[in-house]
Design a binder for this molecule. Sequence first.
Ligand code: PSU
Ligand code: MN
Length: 305
Amino acid sequence: MSTLHTFIEYSAEVAAARAAGTPIVALESTIISHGMPYPQNVQTARDVEQIIRNGGAVPATIAVLDGKIRIGLSEAELELLGQSPEALKVSRRDLPYVLASGKIGATTVAATMICAALAGIQVFVTGGIGGVHRGAEISFDISADLQELAQTSVAVVCAGAKSILDIGLTLEYLETHGVPVIAIGQDNFAAFYTPDSGFKADFRIDAAADQARFLRTKWALGLAGGVVIANPVPAEQAMERAEIERITAQALAEAAAQGIAGKAVTPYLLARIKALTEGRSLATNIALVKHNAVAGARLAVALVA
Ligand code: PSU
Ligand code: MN
């Protein structure tokens, strides 16, 4: 066993699931600390955990606390992540710092994938993945989530990538790195607030059993790395494409004018879009994460069948 494992601590619920072979679904914490406002963030985190339990799997929300990677959090710890201004946004680069310093760390898609893989968890549910930002040819702003998908063997169930990103370039990047992009229920890749990005996904695989067969085959071949499983937001809860495009353009212009850069970009844009839509984007965001939790639990159950 690698010494890495000395940094990992499981909640009682997750430890029991590991011992019993119950399917486990990983959840990230950046979405709690930096992706949604309080108190909707904590309420959503709780609801998503319960949806996963109802689906026959055990939720493992991942964060860094007191120098440990924590797999499975208590109610009080979800509250802490939801409220603490001290919670750092932790991607691959930041993991050693937050662990060594004993600070509070909210893990991104990339860091959550690393921790899930260390814990032997193959399915991870989130809202949206990071990607290649618009204007990346100047800013070089490409989320570390994409490099993680290239190398870490975890399936990421999401609602696609947001239009704050360059979705076409994000898909090109994933193709270059051999990351399969699977769509559920449609041929096209989902665009987070809206079901259709206008770009085709690589493969449409609707049934969880078939998704599980795909994953087993990939990893049995020794093809390490993640898989994006894009679950479109239900039409009733989606935003209007023209509206989200207009508001995204405004938020991007404001970010540029204010010189927002680095890891602050995504949280800034999410908060501005929420304000500019008077909270309607938050309602969509919450709905799509819950919808992904249903799909993720199904997949985790299918993988142990
Ligand atoms: N997209 C969302 N909500 C989020 C994020 C993305 O709709 O909270 C978070 C995820 O944790 C993702 C991270 O991994 O932002 C990407 O940040 P960056 O672009 O800085 O890599
Ligand atoms: Mn970035």
